[in-house]
Structures are given as structure tokens and as C-alpha cells.
Design a protein around this ligand. Structure first.
Ligand code: C2E
Ligand code: MG
Ligand code: MG
Ligand code: MG
Length: 279
């Protein structure tokens, strides 16, 4: 009976469970209003090349909750996915990123920057996702070649054929694709071969102990060799130390993202750091 009534109905009598469910419902209600209340923010984390030069940034959403403070996306993205809030939220992120690209295009210091935008499975598999991206590019005037979408293996798993079809259509618009958190899901080399990807992002879980754990080192070397063989670009995320950077670089990975280079920061700070880099 309880199961039939659905996820959001409270039909337990365990007070602890009851409290947890109520807290979750409260968070969902807050999340549904977060966008119109102006509580959502975009942070930017630089992505650098072998020379340490900033080539672009990953766009990372933040939620400034009036009571809870800054809530981590690890907490609210899954909730946004379950409730469908991710549809509007994802579009908001995409629009913000494209507006930013447009405004950067007008300035010499920023005109070559690329933005990587995370896309969730539900968002990607909407019937009109391709149309949403196309319209956003047209409306903002952002150059498609400067927009990269980060997909996860969960997107592919949900529907391989739909994923490939949509990626092809989006590639015709001129945007590119990165496979995020590579190696953490059920990666199949079979689909990897078929997806029109541009980049593979080595998950931070493999990078963390790369200099001390022989297995992680071996996995990372294999991923790099494989991306080379497939003609794809590779970037490592979660690079926190110079030793990790050097290790990766020596094995053929020339793009990096991580605290060693910079944390995710608000726009003003990102732009200030950029000017610092260039002087
Ligand atoms: P992700 O896409 O894999 O993003 C990388 C995460 O690693 C970010 O966490 C980033 O802050 C963190 N990170 C970067 N460098 C380092 C490092 O050197 N060390 C460590 N320990 N962590 C590092 P964040 O910002 O908390 O985001 C978590 C996840 O939430 C993201 O993982 C992504 O899956 C999701 N997410 C964030 N923004 C969006 C969004 O706009 N849309 C969607 N659908 N998902 C998002
Ligand atoms: Mg990402
Ligand atoms: Mg990632
Ligand atoms: Mg990750």
C-alpha cells in the first residue's frame, strides 16, 4: 500500500524516517523555487593546457539557500533529477553559459575560451533537447564551437541509439562533447567507438592516487592510450598536485582541471584570475 501511494507520500510511523522525509520534502519545495528566487549561481573552474594557459572552464551550478547556505550540487542535482526540476534548471545553466560565451566573444582576453556544461540524463533525453540547444545558441549568439557538453555514461546507458542520434544532430550545429567521469560507470568500449565524442574526461577518482597506486596509474595510462587510438582529446579532472600534473603530462595527457590550477569560483573571480594569468 505504501509503495503504491508513491515516493512522496508519508506513510511510515517511524519518527526518524518521518523527519527525514519531511526534510527532503522541504528541500524539494525550496529547490522548486530556487531559480525564480535568484538563489542559483554559476561557478567557473578553469581548464588549462600543458603550458598552464586557461583554455576554458567547466560551468558548475551552486545553490545559495537562505538558511542552509551554499548547498552542494551533489546534494541537489539528484533531487532535481528525481523531481524533474532539472529540466528548467539545466536549461537555465545552458542559457547562462551561452550568454557568458557571447559576452566573452567581444573581448580579446576571453574570446577563445570554451565552456563545458554538464547535462543530466533526463535533460538530454527530453524530446526537444536538440531544439533547446539550437534555440539557446541562436538567441544568445554564442559560437557553437565554444560550447562543450559533458555527458555521463548514465546518459548513454539509458538509450544508446537516442544518444547517438542526438549527439549527431548537435554536432551538426558545431558543438562538441566530453565524456565526464570516464571509467566510473559501466563503460563499454562498444559504445565508445560509436559515440561522436571529442573528449574523454578522466575521473578524479583515478587521478587522486595516481602517483602512489599502481592500479590507478595503469588505468589512467590505458585510458590515455585508448583516447589517442580513438583520436580523442583527453582531460584529467581533480588534479590537486604538481606531481599528479607531471605524471599525467608525461603519459600524454595535456589538459587539466583541478584545485592545483584553481577551484570553481564566481564569474568576477574567474575573470580576475584570467587577467592575472596573462600578465
Ligand atoms: P563533475 O561534473 O564531475 O564536476 C567536477 C566536480 O569535482 C565539481 O564538484 C568540482 O568542484 C570538483 N573538483 C574540481 N577539481 C577538484 C579537485 O582538484 N579535487 C576535488 N576533490 N574535487 C574537485 P561540484 O561542483 O560539487 O559538482 C559535483 C557534480 O554535480 C558535478 O560533477 C556534476 O556531476 C554535478 N553538476 C554540477 N553542476 C551541474 C549542472 O549545471 N548540471 C548538472 N546536470 N550537473 C551538475
Ligand atoms: Mg562535469
Ligand atoms: Mg567529472
Ligand atoms: Mg566527477
Amino acid at each position: 500500500q505504501a509503495k503504491k501511494a508513491g515516493r512522496n507520500s508519508i506513510s511510515f510511523f517511524d519518527p526518524q524516517v518521518q523527519t527525514a522525509l519531511e526534510a527532503r520534502l522541504g528541500l524539494v519545495e525550496d529547490l522548486a523555487r530556487a531559480q525564480e528566487q535568484g538563489q542559483l549561481l554559476l561557478y567557473f573552474q578553469k581548464q588549462v593546457n600543458a603550458q598552464g594557459r586557461t583554455m576554458g572552464a567547466e560551468v558548475l551550478i551552486r545553490w545559495q539557500h537562505p538558511q542552509r547556505g551554499l548547498v552542494s550540487p551533489a546534494q541537489f542535482i539528484p533531487l532535481a533529477e528525481e523531481t524533474g526540476i532539472i529540466m528548467a534548471m539545466g536549461l537555465w545553466v545552458l542559457q547562462g553559459a551561452c550568454r557568458q560565451l557571447k559576452s566573452w566573444q567581444a573581448r580579446p582576453i576571453t574570446c577563445d575560451l570554451t565552456l563545458s556544461v554538464n547535462v543530466s540524463a533526463k535533460q538530454f533525453h527530453q524530446d526537444d533537447f536538440v531544439e533547446q540547444v539550437r534555440r539557446t545558441l541562436v538567441e544568445t549568439g554564442a559560437k557553437p564551437s565554444h560550447l562543450k557538453l559533458e555527458l555521463t555514461e548514465s546518459i548513454v546507458l539509458k538509450n544508446v541509439e537516442d544518444t547517438i542520434a542526438k549527439m549527431r544532430e548537435l554536432k551538426l550545429l558545431g558543438i562538441s562533447f566530453s565524456m565526464d567521469d570516464f571509467g566510473t560507470g559501466y563503460s563499454s568500449l562498444q559504445y565508445l567507438k560509436r559515440l561522436p565524442l571529442d573528449q574523454i574526461k578522466i575521473d578524479q577518482g583515478f587521478v587522486r592516487d595516481i602517483t602512489t597506486d599502481a592500479n590507478d596509474a595503469a588505468i589512467v595510462q590505458t585510458i590515455i592510450a585508448m583516447t589517442e587510438a580513438l583520436g580523442l582529446n583527453v582531460i584529467a579532472e581533480g588534479v590537486e598536485t604538481d606531481a599528479q600534473r607531471t605524471f599525467l603530462e608525461q603519459r600524454g595527457c595535456h589538459s587539466f582541471q583541478g584545485y592545483f590550477f584553481g577551484r570553481p569560483v564566481p564569474l568576477a573571480q574567474f575573470e580576475a584570475d584570467l587577467c592575472q594569468d596573462k600578465t
